[in-house]
Design a binder for this molecule. Structure first.
Ligand SMILES: [Zn+2]
Ligand SMILES: [Zn+2]
Length: 344
């Protein structure tokens, strides 16, 4: 299945020619629940990981035995998804509700696990450069594997910790099949659901806060004109059926998981992320809590239009980190320089 972003509702560079200087491509990943093969791009694996290479672990000092059992997180989601599939308007059946009630809450599940003990990282996303045109890594490497520790407990800001591995896929001959997993996760929303990907390259334009004052004023004036025109027409708006066109919501940056493109700065305002070598870094991977919301409906792919409002349609990965957005920034001068994370 392919995923197709609808044509933008207005030609932003025709309206504001200076924006051609603020254009970048990004690749929307379009994760959808499903099971991939190790030789395919996916969320949550299975990874093309060499059988003779140790699986990465988190050795950071933090509580590791307290949280949710990974098996419970998956069972809870499976029951919820099955109930939604049967009838999105009704909850789980009586028997399913009993199973859910029996699941253990967040708590101390593995008391013997000490704070400095290693725990396996979770396979988060693997991407082949052949699928993702904006994926640029160290020369000759065609596969990016992203793993993370499922505890928001690292560093002074107590965030997730993410590891990037670049490899040459042709060098992986024997594949690791028994992938180790942590028993306990800090938050259920740190666990990605298995998803297949349908990458699609799109054109983005810089976030409005980062445009010149003059551009911003012209864009805001244009948005007001649109509003006035809509009021004159006396358009009747049915809830959720129609919404105002805006630069930020429709013409700038698409929602959802993606590679490359620009970063949005809704929570903190624009920030500059610099590499240890001094270069301004770029967002390599954006991990988002949803593929669309009420303010970004024009980005919903054509193939999802009919089902866009069904339960669970907009958050196939189940991931919610930070306040909904995590970006992995890398160095454009040398992609092997250490990455940085930014949360919104
Ligand atoms: Zn950790
Ligand atoms: Zn650098």
């Amino acid at each position: 299945m392919t995923r197709t972003t609808p044509e933008r509702p207005a030609d932003v560079e025709a309206l504001f020619p200076e924006l051609s200087g603020h254009r970048r491509t990004g690749t929307r990943l379009h994760p959808r629940k499903g099971f991939a093969e190790p030789h395919q791009s996916s969320v949550a694996g299975p990874f093309l990981w060499p059988a003779d290479e140790p699986w990465p672990v988190c050795r950071a000092v933090h509580e590791k035995g307290r949280g949710h059992l990974l098996t419970d997180v998956r069972l809870r989601r499976r029951i919820r998804d099955e109930a939604w599939r049967r009838d999105p308007r009704r909850g789980p059946s009586g028997k399913e509700a009993e199973v859910l009630d029996g699941l253990r809450e967040s708590g101390l599940h593995v008391p013997e696990l000490r704070t400095a003990d290693p725990i396996p990282l979770l396979a988060a996303v693997q991407l082949f450069t052949r699928d993702v045109p904006d994926l640029i890594g160290p020369s000759g490497h065609d596969l990016l594997q992203v793993l993370w520790c499922p505890f928001e407990a690292h560093g002074p800001d107590r965030t997730m910790d993410v590891m990037l591995t670049w490899r040459r896929s042709e060098e992986v001959t024997e594949i690791l099949t028994a992938i180790p997993e942590p028993t306990v996760v800090g938050r259920a929303e740190c666990v990605p659901e298995p998803c297949v990907l349908d990458p699609e390259q799109v054109v983005e334009h810089e976030s409005i806060e980062l445009l010149s004052e003059e551009s911003r004023q012209r864009i805001e004036a244009w948005e007001e004109e649109l509003l006035d025109a809509a009021e004159e027409r006396g358009t009747e708006r049915e809830a959720g059926e129609e919404y105002e066109l805006s630069y930020q919501g429709d013409l700038s940056i698409p929602p959802g998981w993606k590679v490359g493109g620009f970063a949005t700065w809704g929570l903190t305002g624009p920030a500059r992320i610099d590499c240890s070598c001094g270069s301004p870094m770029r967002p390599l991977l954006t991990v988002s809590d949803r593929e669309w919301d009420g303010g970004s409906l024009s980005w919903v792919p054509l193939e999802d239009r009919e089902t866009m409002r069904t339960a669970g349609a907009s958050d196939p990965t189940g991931v919610y980190v930070g306040r909904g957005l995590m970006r992995v920034f890398t160095c454009p001068v040398d992609p092997s320089h250490p990455h940085r994370l930014n949360f919104q």
